[in-house]
Design a binder for this molecule. Structure first.
Ligand code: SF4
Ligand code: SF4
Length: 465
């Protein structure tokens, strides 16, 4: 147990009059999951049987425009709401029955390396197979998610799919480190005398924490699916969903393990934000054509592997290590490269989130949110319901297009300022001089300017007409 005398959280969403009861309600999560399951089934149906043109199909429009936009807004304003209502883990109870308690996930795999690999693989396949343009492939991905979650749940305890594999979960975990809500406890003393520790162990009636987090020791949103099983399981009603300063987690030294996998994940998450946006602007096609000429090949998969291997993996790892090396040289703290990366990499979380937010929420969602209306009208017409009229395919933008650039600029400026602030906070913890911060500040600014330049280039709409 950490400290026994931490103050009780001042603002606890679980104590709020109506929403608190709803969140703690035994079936609350299941209702959310069933709603998303209904949406997923609709997407599967239209993906497999509906129109082949992506902007007219529910599977592609919901996945590549709405899901990504809603997730970004939810993460910014509340937290990891998607994982809370994730339909892919619905078969968990059935899977657990098949496996008993399940085996332990192998010790050597209890880290983020598989998640990083799957995330990078996903971004490469997204570009190579034009996933956003194919309702059929999108439907197959959704189906593969259900199967993968079920199989891993059936064989292993500790929800390894969510914690160690799922690329969506990984994306949401990292983003939620700057979300304003976090699981906490009202009284550490109550936990100290608690015998059953049901929040993590579960009880006969309710499952404990799937990812095996122990509520009184939680300092980070990493690995928390916000499922609230801990709150439902605690017999002392001692779990809180506390409001916090969104920069608190990334500013403190003791919140994340100082491991290569966790901290490189943050850097990779930041660079893939830029890489993903770069994949949608004209220079990427010029670069591809040039590489095809130089390498004398038409193999697009190989070329994209090269482009995104450099952007999404080589640059974050290489530049992160170079920044840490420079920081060590300029510092009085002669710590290892790993510790220097662990000191400063978390500061990239706000900027990384801002890049993804500007891109997914600012560009794709705000320019395409209303496209769902004609898509649904079209679907209803196909199944013989004409009450809602003929689709107006011109619907799309939620805001005037002239507002999008300032929106993205604002997001990037706020993210950059927040990250610079966190660099200073983290340096202060060990009294690192300003010189030692400079390589990391330089890398942050390079990333922010690259994101800004790319966002201001003409970008493919992807998913909408
Ligand atoms: S079950 Fe409740 S009281 Fe017991 S350790 Fe967990 S949060 Fe604390
Ligand atoms: S700590 Fe565990 S049980 Fe509680 S909300 Fe997070 S993932 Fe769910």
């Amino acid at each position: 147990m950490t400290s026994l005398h931490q103050p009780a959280p001042r603002y606890d969403l679980l104590q709020a009059p109506l929403i608190g009861r709803l969140l703690r309600w035994r079936w609350g999560r299941l209702v959310g999951q069933l709603l998303l399951l209904a949406v997923a089934l609709l997407m599967l149906f239209d993906g497999f049987t509906g129109p082949k043109l992506a902007p007219t199909n529910i599977a592609t429009v919901v996945t590549w425009v709405h899901y990504r936009g809603f997730v970004m807004f939810a993460l910014l304003l509340v937290g990891n709401l998607f994982c809370m209502s994730c339909p892919f883990t619905l078969p968990r109870t059935l899977a657990k029955r098949l496996s008993g308690n399940g085996r332990r996930w192998p010790r050597r795999l209890r880290n983020k390396w598989i998640a990083i690999t799957v995330l990078l693989l996903f971004f490469w396949l997204y570009e190579w197979l034009d996933l956003w343009a194919s309702p059929l492939l999108t439907a197959w991905i959704i189906l593969a998610y259900f199967v993968a979650a079920f199989v891993l749940e059936a064989f292993f305890a500790e929800s390894p799919f969510c914690k160690y594999v799922c690329p969506l979960g990984t994306f949401n975990f990292v983003s939620s480190t700057i979300s304003p809500l976090q699981i906490s406890v009202r009284s550490q003393d109550t936990c100290h005398t608690c015998v059953g520790k049901e929040c993590v162990n579960g009880s006969t009636a309710v499952l404990g924490c799937g990812t095996e987090l122990f509520a009184p020791q939680i300092k980070s949103n990493l690995d928390c699916t916000l499922c609230l099983d801990c709150a439902r399981a605690c017999p002392h009603d001692n779990v809180a969903l506390a409001w916090r300063n969104p920069l608190a987690e990334v500013s403190r030294a003791d919140t994340w393990p100082r491991r290569w996998d966790v901290n490189l994940l943050i850097l990779i998450f930041a660079f893939t934000g830029v890489g993903n946006a770069f994949g949608m602007v004209p220079p990427v096609y010029q670069l591809e054509a040039w590489l095809m000429g130089v390498l004398q090949t038409n193999n697009e998969g190989l070329i994209l592997l090269l482009v995104f291997g450099v952007l999404d993996l080589l640059l974050p790892v290489g530049l992160g290590v170079v920044a840490a090396w420079g920081s060590r040289k300029l510092s009085q703290n002669h710590e290892s490269l790993r510790l220097n990366v662990a000191r400063y990499a978390p500061a990239f979380a706000p900027l990384a989130f801002a890049i993804w937010f500007a891109h997914y929420a600012g560009f794709h969602f705000l320019t395409g949110a209303l496209a769902i209306i004609p898509v649904l009208q079209n679907f209803l017409l196909d199944v013989g319901i004409s009450w809602f009229g003929q689709p107006n395919w011109a619907l799309g933008p939620l805001l005037p297009m002239s507002w999008i650039d300032p929106f993205e600029l604002l997001a990037l400026l706020v993210g950059t300022a927040a990250s610079l602030h966190v660099v200073g906070e983290r340096a202060r913890l060990v009294r690192d001089e300003f010189a030692a911060q400079l390589p990391w500040i330089f890398l942050l600014l390079v990333l922010a300017v690259s994101a800004l330049v790319i966002m201001y280039l003409p970008m493919e709409m992807r998913g909408v007409g």
